[in-house]
Write a protein that binds this ligand. Structure first.
Ligand SMILES: Nc1ncnc2c1ncn2[C@@H]1O[C@H](COP(=O)(O)OP(=O)(O)OP(=O)(O)O)[C@@H](O)[C@H]1O
Ligand SMILES: [Mg+2]
Length: 353
């Protein structure tokens, strides 16, 4: 019954794409389990893909956003803003069964739809979390998404389910709420210099890692500790689209991947507390190789297959080779592109407990 946040402090690394693919593939592999996606990014990209992609998904999003009482994450945040310090127990009012709109997604996938209004709500949420207004405000407001998920689980009679939270790259208040709600963290990264900086930022913002002894730590880290709340454990760091470049760039990328891996390994060496050793019952890794085997993963680039998958809201695991029309343009999906990513993603999902 784990809750996974998919976050990196960098944009465009594949958080939403992976949320869409992981949730769909997890649902296919576990047809008797419910899968919940909470879209905590105001861009609502994973919602758009789940609901049918660039054309159909966007239309459905417009319809949902156009309703007076929004059945979206913002509708829930609105509820909580009216009752910030007492749970409204209303989380289950905000779920959408994805297959009602997009029959390509398995019927056991549910979504709390993303909403651009979240951006407008964030200053109000920060205000309500300010302990200068009410002593316990920080803790209670940071539990809003935890409450949302537990309301939904309760409405499902607490049966076994898996939750994925798609996050915005910024370390905003709603990202903090997502991280508080998550038990585990998946960190996608791409192979470039700024990804390395972003991974360092994750380690410092969430886990309080200091570069210099006088570095200040994030309020999130300090308040989480002061309130004795838990942080998500690092489950995996996922190199995404590492193979998109040609061979001559490949070795340069390898260097970046190794540097990111070294960074996370050195965090592990200084403290293994923020890591989730898995699968359950496995001994802790005792060297770099076994550490990488457990925590590092690479997802290949699927090229036009991923464009079609995202644009038409067809999980890549069920996409077939052939020609498709996307936004009026003929696009070919080759079997070789599918072969590059599909087994890869299936393998990743098999490692998600
Ligand atoms: N493995 C992959 N193969 C091919 N394309 C991919 C892959 N992963 C992501 N993409 C594409 O890369 C682009 C960026 O991905 P995505 O929007 O998921 O990133 P993000 O981290 O969610 O971005 P943001 O920070 O803006 O929310 C998208 O067009 C997506 O379809
Ligand atoms: Mg995104």
């Amino acid at each position: 019954m784990a809750t996974y946040a998919i976050w990196n402090n960098k944009g465009g690394v594949g958080k939403s794409y992976l949320t869409f693919q992981l949730a769909s593939e997890y649902a296919l592999q576990h047809p008797n389990k419910k899968v919940l996606v909470v879209d905590l990014c105001p861009q609502a990209n994973s919602s758009s893909m789940l609901l049918g992609g660039m054309v159909d998904g966007e239309k459905i999003l417009d319809t949902i956003h156009g309703q007076p009482s929004r059945k979206t994450i913002s509708g829930y945040i609105n509820d909580r803003s009216r009752s910030p310090y007492v749970s409204t127990k209303s989380g289950a009012d905000y779920i959408t069964q994805v297959s009602q709109y997009n029959d390509k997604v398995p019927s056991n996938v549910y979504l709390v739809v993303g909403d651009e209004k979240l951006e407008l709500q964030s200053s109000q949420v920060s205000y309500q979390a300010d302990p200068r207004g009410y002593d316990d405000a920080w803790r209670i407001v940071h539990l809003w998404i935890t409450d949302l998920i537990s309301d939904i689980k309760y409405s499902w009679n607490n049966e076994d389910c898996c939750v994925f939270i798609d996050c915005n790259p910024s370390f905003s208040i709603y990202t903090e709420l997502a991280l508080t709600a998550a038990d585990r963290l998946l960190i996608p990264f791409s192979a470039d210099g700024s990804s390395k900086r972003a991974v360092k930022a994750v380690l410092s913002l969430v886990y309080g890692q200091r570069r210099q002894s006088n570095d200040t730590q994030s309020e999130f880290y300090i308040e989480t500790a002061r309130n004795k709340m838990s942080l998500p454990e690092i489950y995996m760091y996922i190199g995404n689209r590492l193979t998109q470049m040609n061979n001559s760039s490949a070795s340069a990328f390898k260097t970046v991947v190794n540097e990111i891996s070294d960074e996370i390994y050195s965090a592990w060496q200084s403290s293994d507390t923020p890591f989730c050793v898995h699968p359950f019952g496995t001994p802790k890794p005792n060297n770099k190789k076994s550490f990488k085997n457990m925590f590092q993963f690479e997802v290949n680039d699927a090229n036009t297959a991923s464009v079609v998958s995202g644009a038409q809201g067809i999980p890549i695991g069920i996409l077939t080779a052939g020609q498709r029309i996307v936004a009026g343009i003929k696009i070919t999906v080759n079997q070789s592109q599918l072969d590059r990513q599909v087994p890869n993603l299936r393998d990743l999902v098999r490692r998600i407990e």
